[in-house]
Design a protein. Sequence first.
Length: 257
Amino acid sequence: MLAPFNTIMNTQLVGISIIHLSETDSTNRAIKNKLIQEKVPEGLVVSTDYQTLGRGQFGNSWESAAGQNLLFSTVFYPKFLKLNESYRLTMSVCLGICDFLAELNVKAEIKWPNDILFEGRKLSGTLLESSLNSRNFEYCVVGIGLNVNQVAFANSMAVSLRQISRQQYPLSELYPILYSHLSKRYLHLKEVGQVQQQRDFNQRLYGNQQRVPIIWQEKEHWVFCRGVDPQGNLLVEFNDGSFQLFKHKEISFLLKS
């Protein structure tokens, strides 16, 4: 049973109302269950100390120790987007996370389609789940996990802010800063064209100015990532100068420590 406490974040959108749970199976599921019961305000946040069924996009798991990291979901009603522009919301979320990290003096990269890396190690991940009708979006639930104070991971390619900066962070102070940056990018999404957004996104794209390894057709290739279109397809340049556009799951990145 969800028990909200009253928290109002000035005029920003994300975090205008907050429900905090000490433990839940999934913050995304908690919001979706609430959406079944009633129309919730855009920007509602469900946060938690521990998520028992944490997962990322495309069935990937998300490891998080209790009370150590930022774990929450929020909901948007992006009816101003065309159905074939759904990836622009993913871009907006990733850019908001990068803006937040930049405020903490952490220079992050976006690994297509929606992971946030620091020096090739995973710092944050997102899970976007949308409900569509024949004409537009009904809603999109955005789940975010960001490693903050955790120092031990089963996955050696994970990293936290504490490991990067050698300091511990009060989670209660980080949440509103991240909400603010997500709000700005979402409102920005409504106001600017896709060209400017793609430019911002591609400047932070992992592999944009350096060759990185991918797995394609069961073989390793070294490529440059040359940009993402509004449909979420990634343009890749191979060593021979040829280009190819890839959809989600057609390739995977081979992160190396």
